[in-house]
Design a protein around this ligand. Sequence first.
Ligand SMILES: Cc1cc2nc3c(=O)[nH]c(=O)nc-3n(C[C@H](O)[C@H](O)[C@H](O)COP(=O)(O)OP(=O)(O)OC[C@H]3O[C@@H](n4cnc5c(N)ncnc54)[C@H](O)[C@@H]3O)c2cc1C
Ligand code: FES
Length: 269
Amino acid sequence: MFLKDCKIISNVNVALNYFILTVENREAVEKVRAGQFFMLKCKNEATFLRRPISLHNCDPLNGTLEFLYEVKGKGTLEFSKLSSDETINIQGPLGNGFNVEEKNKNIAIVGGGMGMAPLKLLIKNLNLNNNVKLFLGVHSKEYINVLKSFETVIEKENIHIASDDGSIGVKGNVVAIFKEELERSKFDKIYSCGPEKMLEALHEVAVNNNILLDISLEERMACGVKACVGCSIKTKEGMKKICYDGPVFSSSKIIELHPKEKVENSCCN
Ligand SMILES: Cc1cc2nc3c(=O)[nH]c(=O)nc-3n(C[C@H](O)[C@H](O)[C@H](O)COP(=O)(O)OP(=O)(O)OC[C@H]3O[C@@H](n4cnc5c(N)ncnc54)[C@H](O)[C@@H]3O)c2cc1C
Ligand code: FES
């Protein structure tokens, strides 16, 4: 794990409140795995906790890491104002990441909203040895630049898009278009990241069709390194920490995505 001030190469507003931050970190590029995340430090001391952001992509040739993030609150707003003459302190890579060892499988990758962030590097890895189809759900065509950027890692005809308002792709939700594709295609495994409701619906589809589903989970995180209790989740193997045991879990191991007895994290500021 690295804790390092990294030179910012660029920080580009790619769609509405979505940005791609590219930083230089040659050592980390050699070690990262799709699905892992980094804790990014804010300079403003009022926002003293680091913010967890997934690795979106990496470029071993240039020694750079890419983060796709959405401005939600004060931390990500601060990130959006960083420019290429500055540095940012990042800690990671953290978490387990996705299993990218699969070979000769028919794989579906399903992402909703900002859940598409960890999927680019995953596709890049899996598409080398498998037949991959990508299903992405967004609000509207305003996100077209982000969607188009996936065409650099997977053939356009294997990308299926759903949007809430129908302004791009099919009107509706991404799980519905995946279900339709299931009538035509067979899948050995699904990988997914997105809102909890989407993951729940996808889990039901996976169970009904006897397909393995690996999901990347999000939770507010205080430390990111299993030192608090902020990110605990109930699984069939007991309580697990999303930052350390995850963020990727087999959906069959999760008892509930909204645990009623969830340990509340009172220190996330
Ligand atoms: C493992 C992991 C990977 C993540 N990867 C990405 C990524 O690649 N890109 C990205 O844009 N975001 C990602 N997130 C979510 C991101 O960490 C939060 O959006 C961010 O910390 C919000 O910080 P803030 O200071 O801007 O907002 P805050 O001011 O802290 O909060 C603003 C709003 O965002 C909500 N929020 C805060 N933290 C989270 C969280 N962890 N998950 C969901 N909602 C949250 C709050 O409840 C509040 O409604 C990831 C989270 C985790 C746990
Ligand atoms: S965020 Fe502190 S234990 Fe996971």
